[in-house]
Design a protein around this ligand. Sequence first.
Ligand code: DNO
Length: 357
Amino acid sequence: MKMTLRWFGESYDSVSLAQIRQIPGVQGVITTLYDMQAGEDWDAARIAAMKQTVEASGLEVSGIESVNIHDAIKAGLPERDQYIENYISTLEKLGQQGIQLVCYNFMPVFDWTRSDLAKVRSDGSTVLFYDQTEIDKINPETMFSQIDSKSNGFMLPGWEPERMAKIRELFAIYQHVDAEKLFENLVYFLKAIMPVCEKYEIRMAIHPDDPAWSVFGLPRIITSKESLLRMIHAVDHPCNGVTLCTGSLGSNPENDIPDTIRSLKGRIHFAHVRNLKYHRPGCFEEAAHLSRDGSMDMYAIMKALYDIGFDGPIRPDHGRMIWGEKAMPGYGLYDRALGAAYLNGLWEAIEKGEAGK
Ligand code: DNO
């Protein structure tokens, strides 16, 4: 595996490349052109400049998170083909720069959802928190303004103001899109992009829905081992793979993550590894990465990745906000650096334990 950190670009991130370079074992960043709207065709010169900036700091661009998918593609509207053309053109330009991993999601309207971005824990840190009973009390617009007001002034991934200004329109286009239709639209999209992925060996890595169930009545289709297997079999190409996100899949405690990892051997192209603490069904907080701080067995997760021979990029995921840091919720430096060090430690122990057998 290759340890990486997510980085939003110089104009958007409070964390610098120089800081990331000093986290032991981190070799690259997972980045994006953060101001690109879903559906836009990315500019080749900007991709090249981004790559140059990253490489000048001694790191590599290990992948893109995300090239977002326009809602016309997800909803299967007549104009989807134009947006798919743009997507293919963007992949072409990324491929020409040797960038060969793209993370994306297929969640309608929203990306990830939380009811609180700064829940205070007993250790004094703040964390992202989800409580379905809170979500049930509000409408999508209220949730957006709550999220926006707690974002520390940062633009959050998936919560771009442009997108949220059109929230009612967005809900309207999904009126006749159920889970089956959404799945068909995903397959249509993947079949269309596979040739360009094959040409440049770009690994597409779908991010699971977060949380792993329907929110505000919108269909969600990437929520379990079964749905991930269905999706990789529907377009059975090595470039069609998965971002194994433990926090998203793990929002449903019935998802057995080590077992899911083992069943996806060869098709996990990217991993987001973090821990959660369950409070009750539909309610969890994002714990520190350490197993005993939350509900997940992080050793078992890393061991499963090791056992399937996972050699792609991995990144610690959302961290707690600690030591007075002011950063985008989930994306500060300190707790993610602790997470990277911990995951590296687990990996070294597994590797040496296996070698000594
Ligand atoms: C949240 C992230 C997601 C993820 C996208 C991938 O912090 O895990 O926003 O990047 O769903 O497209």
